[in-house]
Ligand binder design. Structure first.
Ligand SMILES: [Zn+2]
Length: 158
């Protein structure tokens, strides 16, 4: 068994990762994450996304930084997702995904994973950063609009 937690999220995550992996094969979506140089040197976003999210809870070292993901059923009040970066001595980045708010919604899960992936790049300077930024664009929807526009324009019918 893979490390999915909770287990009822497995099919949602599988469907979302199909969208994420397809998106991150396009130059347009890749362009949101890092630079051409960093993408060619350990920070290919498709690889990072697959390692960090593809099999549920994960802990992976990328470019000397420890990246973790935790999928947790935190209920309807807690945030959909949260990414916390600790800058010293090495950069550790922890992503939390609230499966309660995403279960059975592959579309919103894909947006959420691509959004938090941007914050991972924000928090790891050697990744080259991300056009997904913290602050206003988190609250006015600009980040998610950018993700839909550059990564997920062809919404599948469900
Ligand atoms: Zn955000």
């Amino acid at each position: 068994m893979a490390a999915y937690a909770p287990v009822n999220f497995q099919s949602t995550l599988t469907g979302a990762m199909q969208l994420v992996n397809a998106a991150l094969q396009t130059a347009c979506c890749q362009g949101l994450y890092g630079t051409a140089a960093t993408r060619a040197n350990g920070f290919a976003p498709g690889t990072v996304a697959q390692q960090l999210f593809g099999n549920g809870n994960a802990a992976v070292t990328v470019g000397g930084s420890l990246l973790t993901s935790t999928f947790v059923s935190a209920g309807p009040v807690a945030p959909v997702a949260l990414t916390l970066g600790t800058p010293s001595p090495l950069v550790n980045v922890a992503v939390f995904i609230n499966t309660s708010q995403l279960v059975n919604d592959t579309w919103d899960t894909a947006i959420t994973l691509l959004h938090e992936l941007g914050h991972v790049y924000n928090d790891v300077p050697s990744s080259g950063g991300s056009q997904i930024s913290r602050g206003l664009s988190d609250f006015n929807g600009a980040n998610d609009n950018l993700i839909v526009q550059d990564c997920l324009i062809n919404k599948p019918t469900q």
